[in-house]
Structure formats: structure tokens, C-alpha cells
Design a protein around this ligand. Sequence first.
Ligand code: GDP
Length: 466
Amino acid sequence: MTFDTTIAAISTAYGESGIGVIRLSGPESLEIMRKIFCPGRVPDPSKLGTFRFRPRYMHYGHIVDPSSMKVLDEALCVYMKAPASYTGEDCCEIQCHGGMMPLREILSLCLRMGAEPASKGEFTKRAFINGRLDLAQAEAVMDLISAGSEKGYKSAVSQVMGSLSERVRRERQNLLDILVDITVNMDYPDEDIEEETLEKLGADLEPVILALDGMLAGSGEGRIIREGISIAIAGKPNVGKSSLMNALLRSDRSIVTPVPGTTRDTIEERASLGGITVHLTDTAGIRESGDIVESLGIERSRAALASSDMVLLVMDGSKSFDEEDIKLLELTAESSRIIVLNKNDLGMAFGPEELRALAAGDITTVRCSAASGEGLSDLSKAIEEKIYGGLKRTEDPVLTNVRHIDLVRRARESLGQACAMIGMGQALDIIEIDVRQAFDLLGEITGDSASDEIIDAVFERFCLGK
Ligand code: GDP
């Protein structure tokens, strides 16, 4: 499919950087770039519109506004001729200085020359519609850009290269073969071999079901790899929550002071532990307070506790625990938690035995010192063990995206339903409905059978310029 419009957008991040890129895609890309490009070291406006771009070669020159003859910036420009480009259309890229002013001015000039502003993900959407990548690969492009951990990154690279698509297509092809068999048998029904047909159908479906089960088994880990997990750091004021968070982040972003109650609000940070992303929230210290600002923080702390996947309950291990610690133990008893006995460097006043006598719930305990760094690697290890504890670990989880997990789960259900129908000796046309449903659901992953609404919803989550 060819689009009539030419789109343009700033493809690099907003801010100040060495270079920035403006990207054009569509039939007029080259013409628009030619109208504003002056080749060579000294811009000669009489040369505007005359330069002949050689595809896939970088050309040095200046971007000039033809209406005012004003030079907007120095630039390196490249033309990628269709279909050998990211979108499969004629594409151009203008590399100028990476500040907001040159980028905005040049983009606005491109728009005046006839380009339309690209919507979110429109370049990748065009690439998808032109068959340069499938829907699962397109989604992985976005995962690749937003990956915050080693495992998330590795998995996104492999999906952009087609690992998931390939596996889904293989099972979809198997289902297609089965559907063809069913149709042939429906068209030429032979009463005598009906039972045999059903038996063969059941046997053919089995490996597909096993493959989908295998993919689903790794999906818990896959989802964590892509999205990471959220960890709330809770504890009384002054036990070392901020220090611990900073030690875990290896940076100094939250303010550490010896006055109780200074972390007034929750602070969220992203870190990578054991190759996966963790979203850490430092809570305000849940204690009753007359201070309104602090109370707000406390409310948020409670909400952070309730919504997080795991809680690190920090206690000052060098002092004996009190009522407040016990309250916090009760409050977090239902959570997946690790009790961190901090300030190990000052000596330990109590240990897990005393805590076990006090409180219900999981008493996984780690001793550490946020100040000296001692025990922090044990804490990372304990976090990792807890994350993976309830999961089936697979060699190479391919399902990381919730949309894909849901589709595979529903396809698996349809095939389970088909098997149940076979067991009941139902007619082939009834069984065919479930097999076809599974076939279509798998097609939604790669986009082979996705509706326009689904495709639009996927690309709406993209960033501008991609
Ligand atoms: P928060 O209120 O729980 O966030 O506690 P902070 O992180 O602000 O720490 C309170 C005080 O305890 C600060 O003076 C820190 O320097 C100190 N502190 C934190 N962790 C340790 C530790 O492991 N050992 C020692 N000796 N002091 C610590």
C-alpha cells in the first residue's frame, strides 16, 4: 500500500544534544528536502532545489528557508529510496544540531514545504503496513527503545529480529494444516472413518497445545523481563530507607538527613537488579502525623505498599524494635516482603528468631548496612530469588507483552475447547469453529489477522518520531 502523504517529525529526544534528527517519509520526502538543502561549506541560495541526492549517501550542506533565504543550520542529509528504507517508502533524514530551536525551525519548514506532522508511531505503522515488519516486531521496537534492563533489552532485540513471530507463525501454520484437513473431511464425509478422523485431529492438535503451554509457562518471567517489578521500601523514619534506596541505585538522588520524617512524599526510581528493571518507591514512613504535608505522603506510602509487587521492610537492627515496627510487620504480613535489618555496622540488637516470635507472614531477613555497603549484594540476591521464586523459569521466554500473553492464553483455551468437542464426538464443523478461533487469535499477535482498531491501539502507545 502506498500513502499519498509525506510525514515529518523530530526523531531524537527533546533536549540539548550534539545532533538531532528530523525524519521524512512519503512520496514528497526527497522533493521537500531538495527545496531546503544547500550543498557545500558555504551556503549559496542559488543552488537551492538543484542538488541531486545519491540514495544512501550522506551529503553535507545547510538548511535554508527559501522564502527568507535564512540559514537555519548546518546539516548532514541522507535520502533512502523506496523500498529500501525503514518505512518501505522514500525516506529522508536531516541531521542538524540537537537543540530545540534548530530542530523545531527545520521541522516547521518541512511542514510549510508540504509535509504533514507524523502522529505517534506513524513511521513504524507505515513500515508495518508496507510489510517491513510485523505487528509483534513493531511492538518490540518500542520495547527496545524503553528497555531499562539487560534482560528486557535482550528480549526486545530478539523479538525485533522475529523470534516470537517465527514461533507464532509455526504454530499458526500447523493450525492451518489442521483446518485444511477438517475442510477436506467436511466436504467429503465418509461415515466409516469419522472416528479415525477425530482421533487424528486430536493427535494433530496436541503438539500445538504443548507449544502454547510452553510459551505460557515462561510468560510470568517474560512479563517481568519487559515491565520489571515494583518494590516499595517501607519502615519507620530514620531506619535508613533513603540511604538504602540510594545504595541500591548507586546514586544520591533522595535527600538523606538525620531528622525523622523528612522523606515527605514517595520517591520513585528505576534500577536494574539481576538484569531486570525494578521500580523502587521510597515511602514516607507510615506513622500517624498531624502534619498535613506528611499525612499526604503517608497516604501515598500506604497506596504504594498496596500496589507494589514486593516490600522491603527496613528496620534499624542496631536498636531494639518497638510498637511501630510491630505495626509495620502486621501491615506488610500479606505482602511478598523482605525484612531488611539495616545498620549492621552498629551491631545487631535482634535477629530473625525474635521477629518470628512476633509476627505472622514471611520472615525472610537480610542484614545489611546501607552506610558501609555490607550485605547489599545479599539483599540483591534475596530480591532476585523472591522475584523468581514463584515462577517457572524457562530457557528463553518469548512472551513478554501482556497483549501477546492474553492472545496465546485465549488461543490455548479455544484449542482445549476443540479437544473437549472431539472427546464428545461432535461434528467437524463445530470443532472447526474453535480451531479457527485459535488460528485467528495467533494471527492477531503478528498482525496477520488484526483489525484496524487493534493496530491503531498498538501504535498509539509509541513515541513521536518513531
Ligand atoms: P529514612 O528516614 O528511613 O529514609 O532514613 P535515612 O536514610 O534518612 O537515614 C537516617 C540516618 O541513618 C542518616 O543519618 C543515615 O546516615 C543513617 N544511616 C542510614 N543507614 C545507615 C547504616 O547502615 N549505618 C549507619 N551507621 N547509619 C545509617
